[in-house]
Design a binder for this molecule. Sequence first.
Ligand code: ADP
Ligand code: MG
Length: 311
Amino acid sequence: MKGEFEFIDGIRRTFPVPDGITGIGDDCAVIPQTDGWETLVSTDMLVEGVHFLLEDISPYQLGWKSAAVNFSDIAAMGGTPSGSFLAIAVPRTTGAGWLEEFLHGYRDISGKYGFPLLGGDTSSSPDRVSICVTVLGKAPAGTSLKRSSARPGDLICVTGFTGDSAAGLDAVLKGRPREGEVPYLIDRHYLPHPRIAEGMSLARTDGVHAMMDISDGIGSDIRHIMEESGVGAEIDVDRLPLSDELRAYCRRFGADPLDFALNGGEDYELLFTAGPQASIDVPHTVIGQITENRGLVWKGSDRDFNGFRHF
Ligand code: ADP
Ligand code: MG
């Protein structure tokens, strides 16, 4: 099979989108309404063995994370929450207690961020758990922040810390003892917090141009902004926001934090670009600059970083 992104490009070419609608290629589809708002829609799957290990993640964490990764795509557009739909397939042997705990996690995050559950679908599955969430949001007409609006000279910014979640996954896969910084990193992997309030604030800030959430790692995600906007980027790896816990983990186990921050994914932080004059009140770190020249330059490293791909 071709690469994941070539596969999606093929779908995009086969299904042209009607005028006025943003379809494939952004974190959400954007559908204009006649009441001064636009509707945001996105869907994301979590498949056992691919996105999570059932023997490690708790049902509560899985319920939370299934919703979180989807809510994050509304945050990525600067949208206001409207609701979600939950489709789930589980083996017949799954206990009622497991499902109850799963729903408990899903309910807690839905309540915290204001996404009511509005429907879904339920099925049995031959052996594995599979989850698909669809999320809906809205934004005042024309205000959603797309991947396609970056301009040369923009600063490249990121909220929070990058790489924690990928280090948490590394700790799970390598069976690291759950002590010191490890529980924090694993929490960052299993219980991400979508940046809904930050996204809404950035969408209201003059001079903020393009935005997306970090799901596949900056090494992959910045390329989406570059491609959709027809620009290049220069990222200074020494400016990446790395938590003390990530640094400690890398020191202890001899790993390179850049691998987690740039090649790893699932931080669900916001990656955005803004004109140098923009007055931004959301806490963030400037990590580079959008360039007219279409290439991608990693300042401070002689390596290349490509992020995570499914195939
Ligand atoms: P994200 O990481 O923000 O969820 P993805 O990388 O999963 O985004 O997808 C990139 C874009 O491709 C999105 O606009 C998404 O809707 C679209 N896409 C992905 N898979 C498919 C598919 N099977 N059919 C139609 N569109 C798809
Ligand atoms: Mg996204």
